[in-house]
Ligand binder design. Structure first.
Ligand SMILES: Cc1cc2nc3c(=O)[nH]c(=O)nc-3n(C[C@H](O)[C@H](O)[C@H](O)COP(=O)(O)O)c2cc1C
Length: 271
């Protein structure tokens, strides 16, 4: 099985599936994986695997899917972030065993998923995710969707990452031990490909900020907090694969933030 970094590099959203159920062996691998998948934020995320036909689960932008992943997370600080981390970790595992996925936050029939999972007032189900084998050819609609949000591109490294303060862009040459984790964070998927991750590097710290856009928080969770969790997953799993030891901690950074940008958490490398 490929490592995490190559899974991140080869992943793309899949919206056109081959119409076949996942073979039992891989379905069981996914079912086992979601029983034990964890996150570093100590927020429990309960993921479930659903047969799409049995539970009448569908999305107007997805073709040929036979299964979905969906989950619940208790309301509270870091709820969406933990959800993003945990479901992306599962999506990368799926990628490593040859299965495609796509994050869906808006374009799916929410009532049917809420019924299937047993939605509760004190829990969120921010997103769901079809899972299966990608069709050989992408649908025309999928190709158009990718074009409209420029899914094949990401902002330059220097636009997302900064050196000591938001005044100074960080070049790849200055990123040191954080180079690979930041490169992999940059490749993460995000809602409408808005890429809200902003990072200020200072010594052994990476301070993470969220650059917010309007219209991403519609009552079932802030999609851009989910994006942050997805980015943290790419960063953290890459750090682990590179043998870097570190942890997420909340800090008072004293760094002045640009407009619409707020502090979320830091990562500190252990000496
Ligand atoms: C939190 C989140 C919500 C998303 N919601 C939708 C959605 O409702 N419908 C959809 O077609 N794609 C959705 N996407 C997929 C993004 O459009 C896609 O990840 C982005 O354009 C980058 O493309 P890539 O994943 O192929 O790299 C979502 C992605 C994320 C991370």
């Amino acid at each position: 099985m490929d490592g995490v970094i190559s899974a991140i590099e080869s992943r793309r959203s899949v919206r056109t599936f081959d119409g076949n159920p996942i073979d039992k062996e891989r379905e069981n691998k996914i079912r086992e994986y979601i029983q034990k998948v964890d996150n570093p934020f100590r927020v429990p995320v309960e993921l479930k695997f659903f047969d799409a036909r049995e539970y009448k689960l569908s999305s107007p932008v997805i073709i040929g899917e036979r299964a979905y992943l969906a989950g619940l997370v208790p309301l509270g600080p870091f709820a969406e972030i933990a959800y993003g981390y945990t479901l992306e970790k599962t999506a990368l595992f799926a990628q490593r065993i040859g299965l495609g996925t796509v994050w869906l936050g808006g374009t799916f029939k929410r009532e049917n998923f809420e019924k299937a999972i047993g939605a509760a007032e004190d829990k969120l189900m921010p997103c769901v995710m079809p899972i299966g084998t990608a069709a050989k050819k992408m649908s025309v609609r999928e190709a158009l969707m990718r074009k409209s949000v420029k899914s094949d591109t990401r902002y330059p490294f220097e636009k997302l990452f900064f050196n000591k303060s938001f005044e100074t862009p960080l070049s790849e040459g200055e990123a040191g031990v954080f180079l690979k984790p930041l490169r992999m964070m940059r490749l993460a998927p995000s809602a409408a490909n808005k890429q809200p991750w902003r990072v200020v590097i200072n010594g052994g710290y990476a301070h993470f900020y969220k650059k917010s856009d309007k219209g991403f928080n519609r009552g079932y969770g802030d999609m851009q907090k989910v994006d942050m969790g997805i980015g943290f997953c790419h960063f953290d799993l890459t750090a682990k694969e590179e043998g870097i030891k570190g942890e997420f901690i909340v800090k008072v950074t004293g760094i002045a933030c640009p407009k619409d940008t707020e502090y979320v958490i830091s990562y500190v490398v252990q000496k």
